[in-house]
Ligand binder design. Structure first.
Ligand SMILES: NC(=O)C1=CN([C@@H]2O[C@H](COP(=O)(O)OP(=O)(O)OC[C@H]3O[C@@H](n4cnc5c(N)ncnc54)[C@H](OP(=O)(O)O)[C@@H]3O)[C@@H](O)[C@H]2O)C=CC1
Ligand SMILES: O=C(O)C1=N[C@H](C(=O)O)C[C@H](O)C1
Length: 268
């Protein structure tokens, strides 16, 4: 499968280039960064710490998408929305790991997915997607007297909060409880907040150092507490998931898919 990495000089971009290079059946055919980036003109392999791959980083996605089967996109919401249009025009699989997407962005992606194959997830790892299934089940099993809180910690460079994973896990908890996350989520607390409302789903965000991604969903009851956690030790778990998603999407019909589809965890 011929793959393009957009945001190729980023933390995930460089990991994706390495993962594509080492995955049988995949070949890197393009690497994109924005106009003005220090990475333009550099070999994507060398940028990722590999031997040269013969693929120069460019700021012009159109000709690159035209010769590809899929694009791996871990960039920013604005960039992802513009790449979605181009990927749909080129009829290639668009794997989206970018987080911080807002409702209006999802609406645009769902529109693009009428003609394109989009696989989008706030977390591409097997562990987190399995965890989401477990959270859904536990939330459905325990009653409202167990308060649900989602705690996450990431490296100091992360720009969005709560993390895409925290929201994915919150959504799984809300589905289990059969409530709307939008209506019941509490994303920050400060000052005299009053007592916790029963049924709310709370989020707490920590940032610091080089933490790749830690997430816990806490079910706090009267006299006991159940905690389900995932610790990402290495970004390769996300990159391997993204490449797997691209390969999976190769022969699929246009549509909006998630990692639960890719990993066969839909019914968990
Ligand atoms: N779903 C998942 O499993 C995971 C998702 N993520 C998400 O992926 C995203 C990227 O994370 P990370 O790699 O750490 O961030 P980085 O900032 O290291 O990388 C993002 C890269 O995208 C580039 N970029 C931004 N806009 C454009 C554009 N218009 N055209 C081309 N390139 C562009 C940036 O360039 P510049 O620096 O010039 O802006 C940068 O090189 C985040 O949203 C993060 O939350 C991360 C890990 C796992
Ligand atoms: O920005 C990151 O680094 C990560 N972002 C994703 C998120 O927002 O959940 C996934 C992972 O936790 C790393």
């Amino acid at each position: 499968m011929r793959l393009v990495v957009v945001g190729a000089a980023g933390r995930m971009g460089r990991m994706l280039v390495r993962t594509v290079a080492e995955t049988e059946g995949c070949r890197l055919v393009g690497a994109i960064e924005r106009e003005g980036s220090h990475a333009l003109g550099q070999d994507a392999g060398m940028l990722a710490g590999l031997a040269p791959l013969g693929v120069s980083v460019t700021a012009d996605p159109l000709p690159v998408f035209a010769k590809a089967d899929g694009v791996l996109d871990f960039t920013s919401p604005a960039a992802t929305i513009s790449f979605a249009d181009l990927a749909a025009q080129a009829r290639i699989v668009h794997v989206i790991g970018t987080t911080g997407l807002q409702d209006a962005d999802f609406t645009k992606l769902e529109a693009a997915a009428r003609h394109a194959r989009i696989v989008q997830s706030g977390n591409m790892s097997l562990g987190v997607n399995l965890l989401a299934g477990l959270v859904r089940k536990v939330a459905a099993t325990l009653g409202q007297d167990f308060d649900i809180e989602v705690l996450e910690m990431h490296h100091r460079m992360k720009v969005d909060a709560p993390s895409g994973t925290a929201l994915l896990l919150g959504e799984a908890a809300a589905e289990g409880r059969k409530i709307s996350l939008k209506e019941r989520s509490v994303r920050s607390r400060d000052g005299h907040t009053g007592a916790r409302n029963p049924g709310d789903i709370g989020f707490a965000t920590l940032r610091g150092g080089s933490v790749v991604g830690d997430h816990s969903v806490i079910f706090a009851g009267q006299g006991e507490r159940l905690e389900l956690s995932h610790r990402a030790e290495d970004r390769s778990i996300f990159a391997r998931g993204a490449v797997k998603a691209a390969l999976w999407g190769f022969d699929k019909k246009p549509g909006y898919y998630t990692m639960a589809d890719v990993l066969g965890l839909k019914d968990l």
